[in-house]
Design a protein around this ligand. Sequence first.
Ligand code: ADP
Length: 527
Amino acid sequence: MSIRAKLILIIVSILVVFDSAAGLIFYWQNNLAAPAQTLNLIVFWTLLIVLIIVTAVFYLFIGIVTKKISRLSVIARQIAGGRFDIKLEKGDIKAKDETAVLARTLKETSDRLSGLYKDMERKVQQKTKELSSSLKETKKNNDLLEENKKAMLNILEDVEAEKEAADKEREKINTIIHSIGDAVFVTDNNYKIILFNQVAADLSGHGMKEAIGKRYNQVMNFVKEENGNPDRKNDEFIVKAMKTVKVMEMSNHTVLISKTGKRIPVSDSAAPLKDKDGKVIGCVVVFRDVTKERQIDQMKSEFVSVASHQLRTPLTGIKWFVELLLGQKAGKLSKKQKDFLQQILISNERMIALVSDLLDVSHIETGKKFNIEKKEINPAEIFQQILTDNIALIQKKRIKIIRCRELIKGFKIFADADKIRQAFQNLLSNAVKYSRDGGRIELNCDRSNKNETIFSIKDSGFGIPENQQKRVFEKFFRGNNIVTKATDGTGLGLYITRAIVEAHGGKIWFESQENKGTAFHLSIPNK
Ligand code: ADP
């Protein structure tokens, strides 16, 4: 029963009791009969007792309700204070009046609030966690940033130091380059001048500022000194140095034509400029004015030329007269006399050969090209003739000669017969000279390329020591392994042979292994 119903019932009971009591009092006071008086007394007392009981019940009921409400209000205050672990008595919940509804509502509210609170707390914790981790992250980032900043500063300091060092180094290099007595210029890998010293400026007639940034061939006009011929550019040694990554010498007789048209004989080399990884980043060209050396060289060559010419005439005379004597045109000779004359003839032949070599050398030296008169010739015939000329030595040393089929059958090339004979003679006589007794010489040719014919002369002789191989084509070079074995050499044959081959537009090269043998190859263009 609801409280309101209970209260209404109590109030109605009280009203009934009061109404009855009022009725009784009124009846009693208006002289009621005696027996009726007794009855009324009983009723009165009954009503009074009922009134007392009702009042007591009312009092008790009010007490219970107030107690419940005050308990619930304590709980409500707890909830308001944020405590949700409230404990309700079973009776509070199970009662059937409004206090139970209130208690249940309070319980539900506290449960929900507790749920919400927990949820909120969880969220707050999560947010706090997120916040703290993001704070940590931010701190970490800040630290990282700080570290990066420091590192950057360090790098900047290093770069600054490196730059300073590089500047100093550049300054030093500049000072060195500008103090060098030779002309020096440096190009980048696009052949543009990046450094140009004063001597280079003086020789070329181009100012330093004018030269820097220009392609080297716009400033440096290197040409080949060829008497009577129009100037031909002669600066490929710079390109070659960069392409082959090797030091390239200027070819002989290079002349620099200055801005004013002055011709200055120059000499020296170009060297590739490499970075620390070995990559070519430019080229250093060093050259000097060799006017004086050229003049001295010229005088020397002219002397050799004149001396050779002067020597040739008496030597030819000696040869002629010795041959007459040997032919017994001036009377009969004894065997001994014949032998002596034979020796004179051989020595004279050697002198003639030497003089002729010296003349060739002086021609090469003075830049006067060989007079090459090309015509159709048969190399097989030339080889046959050379073999016949050298047959005495070949037989003496029991050397086996093997010729390829084409060098027996014959074919045509377009070359200067005398010069080619001289080149082949040099190579073949060397092969014989520097072979052991019983050795073997192979003569081959390769005509697979339609533009050129390659001839090879291969022997199984003494070979050329590896450490001397790069000097083979130098004037007067003689290998230290043969000087005692074959004394009659001048060291001029290969020098002249190379000049002959190059005058034909061909090339000469070789492979050699000491004590195993040597193979010389030369290519002659077909046209
Ligand atoms: P020469 O033979 O008169 O000494 P060359 O110019 O023809 O001069 O040769 C130069 C040097 O090269 C020789 O002295 C020799 O040391 C070496 N040489 C040339 N050809 C051969 C070869 N076929 N075998 C071994 N050494 C050789």
